[in-house]
Ligand binder design. Structure first.
Ligand SMILES: [Zn+2]
Length: 227
């Protein structure tokens, strides 16, 4: 079994909601479980296809994650990209390593027609909030730009380009959701704050079952089963 406890990946004092081993974790939200990561629907999803990828064990961020975890995040990203493409959509991902303690990469499918407005929406929202996002190249890795333990935000657009910042002064915690919920993208601004759109448990179970069904043809984790 995979184990890693680098300096930034210490077990937190209080039980962590995102550690899959936590008995209190909301397991009915889990869509698929791999070797070192799992996919789950977030509380208060932006859309019916909103998922997040989390490490199974307690790891702070992608930058502090070992290669096996990063590789599996990429596998999930590819699989959810294919799933989005099937319905004519494109996948946007983002990670906020700021005032969080457990690795979580959000993945949201948007209409392909909205992708042209995407970069502008991110840039404008950043400017309004008073910080700058820089575009990073395909060949640049997060770990080259930021040290382990240093906070950052990164979004990956459907064309593979990444928008990045590590200036977190006044960074809005709902930034990624705010951009995607805006009128030119998903147009669901009432869902910017996840706490305001938490669903009933029955509805969550229904959506997760639909997600599991839709993800099945793309789910690489099933190939690892030995039976
Ligand atoms: Zn955790």
């Amino acid at each position: 079994m995979f184990h890693y406890d680098g300096p930034r990946n210490k077990q937190p004092q209080a039980p962590c909601w995102f550690c899959l081993s936590n008995v209190d974790a909301e397991k009915h939200l889990v869509v698929s479980v791999g070797n070192s990561c799992y996919a789950a629907m977030p509380k208060g999803p932006l859309t019916n296809e909103h998922v997040m990828i989390l490490s199974i064990g307690h790891i702070q961020s992608q930058v502090s994650a070992p290669v096996a975890v990063r590789d599996e995040i990429e596998k999930f990203k590819s699989a959810f990209t294919l799933m989005a493409n099937k319905t004519g959509k494109a996948l946007v991902t983002f990670e906020r390593n700021f005032r969080t303690q457990h690795l979580q990469v959000q993945m949201v499918a948007i209409d392909k027609a909205s992708t042209r407005a995407l970069k502008g929406a991110f840039m404008n929202s950043a400017a309004l909030a008073g910080f700058e996002l820089v575009t990073i190249g395909h060949d640049e890795h997060l770990s080259d730009l930021v040290n382990e333990g240093c906070p950052y935000f990164v979004a990956e657009l459907p064309d593979g380009s990444k928008l990045f910042t590590r200036s977190m002064k006044g960074f809005p915690l709902q930034f990624g959701r705010e951009v995607l919920a805006s009128a030119p993208i998903l147009d669901c601004e009432e869902k910017i704050d996840w706490k305001k759109c938490v669903l009933e448990k029955e509805k969550e179970i229904e959506l997760v079952n639909k997600l599991k069904e839709a993800f099945k043809p793309f789910d690489f984790t099933a190939e690892d089963d030995s039976d």
